[in-house]
Ligand binder design. Structure first.
Ligand code: FAD
Ligand code: SF4
Length: 489
């Protein structure tokens, strides 16, 4: 069905239930509204958003399925405790502005979270309706309704700012953790200066997650909001090099600092051949495509090489994003090489399905052991060792066990390594008072406070590579504690 037909079906449902007080059984019988999306054949030749979003009728029909449970299990599953039944019941009644007010009292990035949050393992996992229907995919589509509400209210006013307090706060980084912290600090009336190392703000929202999943104009809109609230944004400032944390506190007059510098250091496999031409980290690959428009081979300053056969190593969201980008950049074959099975892949189910629909292949139970090069030092293939699944490991997933003597070589001309990211060590290296754990993540207390006086941190720099909503929650938690500290000065 195309979007018009889907909208027609939703209108029929709304007509049938109009004016009725529905019983839970009747609500459960309402058809789950699928998300309209671009045709896979068309979308692999453009960068436009794949998911098209609910129409108003679809959002209202989906919202009418909610049982308005007294115990609100979905709220328990939301890392920022959005009052989900309350905003959904408003959508069901057509009060989309009221719904936005409910969401924005807990979350400041609903258009982004509605698109990229892993709802199937958060709010929707706990939804009574999904449980009753024994299918998490049939739970109330909370994320899709959230996205509808955010898009409907895209021109909502910026949060009000209190009178100046005379205190000055630095926020390092401009990803979701820093955006949330900056908003809550500025709301309080503090002068807030945000320092971003790159020439564009938004963190992974801008340089990691591709346009076809998260349109950059939405991220720019959020950054504009910060500007309208009076947050000063300084780009191309690398804290730890341009200015150190000590200099910000001792020379530049900042009363407190929030660090949300993320986990931008790509990990490699440590196998032979990783230095060959044509091997890239997913970080570099996606940054070049998203931020520097490397897909534009005519006009980009650093155009992406046209690879025909691409191997992507890994099974998370980052691997799916890299693989789907490679297809859009013109690759004829894209293989996602993963050492477990599809069931164990950490990527969102929807992202895996989209990648497969678009034509990516998943080579499961396969461990890359060597990247092969030609006489010019360029990638020509990948040596892969077969695996079987062994015992369940500490993370609850079955471990891959390599099968000796099963190696084989597949020809490729590009290999993208997407096996995870670690925190960038620069700030730690220039700030010895900040304690880190064995993985280099900042150690903070229950308020996001680091071991150093006047310095808080949150997001991936604390959690390791995590999620947008968790990073946001961390930013807000730290801002609460910072506001308390600044009030006491
Ligand atoms: P970041 O978003 O990493 O932002 C950190 C910012 O700090 C960056 O802009 C960086 O340039 C800047 N910075 C770093 N060091 C310095 C310094 N020394 N001085 C100044 N600035 C500095 N999560 C989801 O929930 N859903 C998804 O679908 C999803 N997909 C993802 C896809 C990809 C490709 C990647 C890489 C991640 C994905 N994630 C997803 C994870 C999510 O994006 C991160 O968990 C989240 O962005 C972390 O937010 P943050 O604010 O801590 O850091
Ligand atoms: Fe509605 Fe599901 Fe939350 Fe119950 S658990 S209130 S049905 S969204």
């Amino acid at each position: 069905m195309n979007i018009n037909e889907m909208d027609g079906e939703a209108k029929k449902i709304l007509n049938e239930i109009k004016g009725k007080t529905l019983t839970p059984k009747e609500r459960m019988a309402i058809a789950h509204q699928e998300m309209p999306s671009q045709d896979p054949k068309e979308r692999i030749s453009n960068m436009n958003e794949v998911a098209l979003g609910y129409t108003e009728s679809m959002a209202m029909a989906e919202a009418s399925r909610c049982l308005d449970c007294k115990n609100k299990p979905c709220v328990e599953g939301c890392p920022v405790s959005i009052d989900i039944p309350s905003f959904i019941s408003r959508v069901a009644k057509g009060d989309h502005k009221g719904a936005y007010e409910v969401i924005s009292s807990s979350s400041i990035l609903p258009a982004i979270c509605g698109r990229v949050c892993p709802q199937e393992v958060q709010c929707q996992k706990y939804c009574t309706l999904g449980k009753a229907l024994k299918d998490v995919d049939k739970a109330v589509a909370i994320g899709r309704i959230e996205r509808f509400v955010a898009d409907w209210n895209k021109d909502a006013e910026v949060p009000p700012v209190s009178a100046p307090t005379g205190h000055k706060v630095a926020v390092v980084g401009s990803g979701p953790a820093s955006i949330s912290a900056a908003v809550d600090l500025r709301r309080e009336g503090h002068e807030v200066v945000m320092f971003e190392a790159l020439h564009k703000t938004g963190g992974v929202l801008s340089y990691g997650i591709p346009e076809f999943r998260l349109p950059k104009k939405l991220v720019e809109k959020e950054m504009d909001k910060l500007g309208k609230m009076g947050v000063r944004i300084e780009k191309n400032v690398l804290i730890g090099r341009t200015r150190t944390i000590y200099e910000l506190l001792d020379e530049d007059g900042f009363d407190a600092i929030f660090i949300g510098s993320g986990a931008g250091l790509p990990k490699f496999m440590g196998i032979p051949g990783e230095n060959l031409v044509g091997v890239l980290s997913a970080n570099e690959y996606l940054t070049r495509s998203n931020l520097m428009k490397a897909y534009d081979r005519k006009d980009s300053h650093t155009p992406e090489y046209l690879a025909k056969r691409v191997a992507v190593l890994g099974g998370g969201n980052v691997a799916m994003d890299a693989a789907r980008t490679a297809l859009r950049l013109g690759a004829e074959r894209v293989d996602i090489v993963y050492r477990r099975t599809r069931e164990e892949m950490p990527a969102r189910k929807e992202e895996i399905e989209h990648a497969v629909e678009e034509g990516c292949n998943i080579i499961m139970l396969s461990q890359p052991v060597e990247i092969i090069g030609d006489e010019n030092g360029k990638v020509s293939g990948l040596k892969i060792r077969k695996c079987v699944l062994g015992d369940v490991g500490k993370d609850g997933r079955r471990r891959p066990v390599e099968v000796e003597g099963s190696d084989y070589v597949v020809p490729y001309d590009e290999v993208i390594v997407a096996i995870g990211n670690a925190s960038n060590p620069l700030i730690k290296l220039t700030t010895d008072e900040i304690e880190v754990n064995s993985r280099g993540n900042f150690i903070v207390d229950e308020n996001g406070k680091t071991s150093m006086d006047k310095v808080w941190a949150g997001g991936d720099i604390v959690l390791g590579a995590a999620t947008v909503i968790l990073a946001m929650g961390e930013g807000r938690r730290a801002a609460r504690s910072m506001n308390e500290y600044l009030r006491s000065l």
